[in-house]
Design a protein around this ligand. Sequence first.
Ligand code: ATP
Ligand code: MG
Length: 421
Amino acid sequence: MPARALLLVTLFHELALKGNNRRLFIQTALRNIRQSLSDTPAHCHFVPPMSVRIHAPQELTDTLLQRLRQVIGIDYISPALWTAPSWDALVEAVDLMMHRQPPFASFAVRCKRTDKRFPLTSAELERRLGSYIQQRTGARVELDMPERTFYVRLLADGFYVAVERIPGLGGLPVGVSGRVLALLSGGIDSPVAAWRMMLRGCVVDFVHFHSFPLVSTRSQEKAQALVELLTQYQYRSRLLLVSIADFQRHAVALAPAGYRVVLYRRFMYRVAERLAQQHGAMALVTGESLGQVSSQTLENLATIDAATSLPVLRPLIGMSKQEIIAQARQLGTYELSIQPDEDCCSLFVARHSITRSHRQTVEAFEERLPLEDLLQQTLEQVKLLEYRFPPAPARFAGPSAAAATPATATPSGPEPRGSAS
Ligand code: ATP
Ligand code: MG
C-alpha cells in the first residue's frame, strides 16, 4: 500500500467568534477545502471544534500544501501523525516523529488538550513528554527559541503530533459574506482590492471595461489572466467584458478632456450597477486609494459615487502605492498587471484631469447624452466568461494542473487554456 500523508488543518480563529453563524462558517470553509483539492484523491474530515483532517498519498503532500495555503479561512496546516488517545500511542508517535527529524539540541513541547476526557492536563502532558524527549535525545528544553517544537493536539478523535505549522491565509471563508462585483482594470490595484474582499468572505464577480474596437484587446487579455489567477482563491469566477467605446465617442463630442475620466467612471458605475442586479451582487468594489491619481480625490470620488445607489467598497482606500504593490507581488498579480495595455480610461483624456469635479457640472454634460440608450446598447453587448479552479473535470495530473481555466464562454469566449483540461 502506498504511503499516506496526514495533514491537520486548523481553521482561522476569527471563525470561532461567529456565534450562531459558526456552523455556516465552518461548513463553508470545509466545502472550500474540499473544492480546492477536488482533483486529487485527498479525503477531508471535519474534526470539532475547528479542525480538518486530510488524508492523501504521501507524494502529493507538497501539492496539497500549496493548495491549502491558498484556501481562505485557514489559520495553519500541520503535516501530522495521528494516534489513538492513549499515552502509549502518543509516545510511539513522538518516537516516530523524532526518528524522522534531524538531531536537535533544544526543543519545546506545546500541548493543547481540546478533548478534556483525557486524564492529563495540557501542562502535565507537556512536562511528561518533555522529560521523555529529553531522556531519549539529551536535548535541552528551551521555551523561547527552541530548535524544534513538538505540537501535540488532543482532539475528539485522538492525538495529533506535528513539528511544523505552516501559516494559512486567515480571513473568512469565501462565500459567507455574499456576492460583490469588482471593477477590474488591467492595473495593479483592482486585483488586490478584489482579493481583499475575498479575504472578507465575499464571492467576487468581475467586470472589465474596454474600448475595443477603438484600441486592441490587450486589456481584455490581461483581465482574463488576472481572473484566472484570482479564481484559485474562490474556485468559480465570472468575468464580464464590456465595451464603453460608444459612450466614449459621445462623451468626447460633449465634454472637455479634463472631465472625461469622471464621466467614464460614472458610466462604468451605472453599467456595473445593472450587472450587479442581474448577477445578485450587493456592492461594487474598486481599487481606488485616496489621492493616488487625480480621479481619486474626495471630490471626484463623491461625484462618481453619486452615479450608483449601491455601496462602493474600496478596500485599498487608506493604503499607499508601495503597500499595494507589496500585496500584488505576494498575490502574484503584479507581473501580469505591469504588462503594457491600452486602458479605456486613458483614451481621449487630458494629461491632467480635473481634481475637483462638481456633480452638477458633470450631470449637465450627461443630460446632453442619450444615457439610457447608451446603457442599453452597452448591456446588450456584454460578454460573459466563467472560470473554475481546479479545472474540471480532469482528474489530478500533477502540479502543472494548477492554473484555473475558463469553463464556458458566452456568447463567444476564448479557447479553454491550461494544461489539465
Ligand atoms: P488600477 O491599478 O486598479 O487600474 P489605478 O490606480 O490605475 O487602478 P484608476 O485607473 O483611476 O486607478 O482606476 C480606479 C479604479 O476604477 C480601479 O481600481 C478599478 O476598480 C476601476 N477601473 C478603472 N478602469 C477600469 C476598467 N477599465 N475596467 C474596470 N474597472 C476599472
Ligand atoms: Mg487603472
